[in-house]
Design a protein around this ligand. Structure first.
Ligand SMILES: Nc1nc2c(c(=O)[nH]1)N[C@H]1C(S)=C(S)[C@@H](COP(=O)(O)O)O[C@H]1N2
Ligand SMILES: [Mo]
Length: 443
């Protein structure tokens, strides 16, 4: 008799209500334009390569069905037949922002810019960080020494100030209508960095009166170096050994890098081995030749360190295709080198109206921040774009705003061959009637 009672599981009123809601939601989704396929329609093919389970169980890998990848100038810089080993070359690999979710960039997809050198192969037991110059007690730290000190973990984006430049690695990326968001914006990434506040290390060394700058130096053959004002060094700079819960990746500076939140990427010295406290900037090779922003009068803008507010829709974005009219979440990233993202607005009608997007928090300071907005595409051609505001009250500019600041015509941004730094203009994506999405910055 007991068995007969088991024909239907009992449902509470709340559970019934929830089921009805889900049913309605699914139906609404379907009528808005078929989201999802009936269960069972997609079956994964059986694996045809036997994975090395022992290795996989020890350190995991993504599913073999996932293919998101960095790309950039690496490919073109190897001529047919390859380049002689050790040939110095600048290279930049961009993050496929269209394939990332949430606000953290997976470490293997973090963008890479290195000036002429492959990541050095550093044994962390041999590695040392020296702090010297205008200090009372020059100190040398091993990586283990640093790990004994109080640590902090904070999400911060790193962005090259040449992100979206027409010149430099990747060429006219932001101009091409077929550009994806990897090409237009892929020189920014966000990790949770773990390390020791530099202020603590400088305090141990005893910074002397009259010192105003630090020079941070990397370990690779070219010894990338950067001058950083002492005020910033004592503020929120980290000497980091961790990235997203494990050791920093070789491409990102293993075993130690400087993290200089919100400032141009060039400051975040990788493979960090030396910090010298000094009383003037050193005008190192990279910081004086490549990174000042050239002006039209032939002069250059120096010491522009902080990156302004910026946002971009990553989905739908260039190169993607909307399968049919109907419901889509518009999803994107916003960040500012000056603080926390306060507000993101999205326009789906060529900029005529703007609606506040949802910050898919928490929003952290000097960190990528994910935003989202519900949208139903009616099947007509349109333009999608986002703009943001940070907690310093600064609004992301349009390209026309930037042209005014630069004192140039709009077309300058299309045709110039000089590296435009700090290009944080609003990015429009055009949705065509066939659902294809294109870069509309110059449309
Ligand atoms: N030692 C060293 N540090 C470096 C560089 C470099 O070439 N060597 N490139 C800088 C530049 S220009 C940028 S934009 C960032 C890029 O950091 P990532 O490669 O971890 O994304 O690192 C900076 N730190
Ligand atoms: Mo950079």
């Amino acid at each position: 008799m007991l068995g007969l009672e088991r024909k239907e599981p009992r449902m509470s009123a709340r559970e019934k209500g929830r089921r009805q809601f889900l049913k309605k939601a699914v139906l609404a989704g379907l009528s808005a334009g078929a989201i999802g396929t009936s269960a069972g329609a997609q079956t994964a093919e059986p694996g045809n390569t036997a994975p090395d389970l022992k290795k996989l169980h020890a350190y995991g890998e993504r599913s073999r069905f996932e293919t998101a990848a960095r790309s950039g100038t690496m490919g073109d810089m190897y001529p047919p037949g390859g380049m002689p080993a050790g040939t110095p070359r600048d290279f930049g690999l961009r993050t496929p922002l269209q394939d990332t979710v949430g606000f953290i960039t997976p470490s293997p997809l973090h963008y890479v810019i290195s000036h002429a050198h492959e990541p050095p192969d550093i044994d962390p037991h041999e590695h040392r960080l020296m702090i010297h110059g205008m200090v009372d007690r020059p100190v040398i730290f091993t990586v283990e020494d640093l790990k004994r000190l109080p640590s902090v973990s904070r999400p911060h984006f790193i962005e090259c100030n040449a992100n979206s430049s027409t010149a430099g690695p990747g060429g006219a990326a932001r101009v091409a209508v077929e550009a994806t968001v990897r090409e237009t914006h892929g020189f920014t990434s966000c990790s949770i960095w773990t390390g020791v506040p530099l202020s603590l290390l400088l305090d141990r060394a005893g910074v002397q009166k009259g010192s105003t700058w630090i020079i941070a130096e990397g370990s690779e053959e070219g010894k990338h170096a950067k001058s950083i004002p002492l005020e910033k060094a004592l503020d929120d700079v980290l000497v980091a050994y961790g990235q997203n819960g494990e050791a920093i990746r070789p491409e990102q500076g293993y075993p130690l890098r400087l993290v200089v939140p919100g400032w141009e990427g060039i400051n975040n010295v990788k493979w960090l081995r030396r910090i010298k406290v000094v009383d003037q900037p050193y005008m190192g090779m990279m910081e004086s030749t490549k990174y000042p922003s050239l002006r039209l009068d032939g002069k250059a803008r120096w010491f522009q360190f902080e990156l302004g507010p910026r946002s971009v829709i990553t989905r739908p974005s260039g190169g993607q295709k909307l399968p049919a009219p109907g419901f889509y979440e518009i999803s994107g990233l916003a960040w500012s080198g000056r603080g926390t993202i306060r507000k993101v607005e999205v326009s789906t009608d060529r900029g005529r109206t703007w609606k506040e997007a949802q910050i898919q928090g928490p929003a952290h300071s000097k960190s990528h921040t994910r935003f989202g907005m519900d949208w139903t595409w009616d099947g007509e051609e349109t333009i999608l774009q986002a703009r943001c505001l940070d907690d310093q009250g600064e609004v992301q500019p349009t390209m026309a705003d930037l042209a005014k600041i630069w004192g140039v015509q709009l077309d300058f941004f299309r045709s110039t061959s000089i590296v435009i730094g700090h290009f944080n203009a609003i990015q429009p994506w055009k949705v065509n009637r066939d659902g294809s999405v294109q870069n509309a910055l110059f449309a």
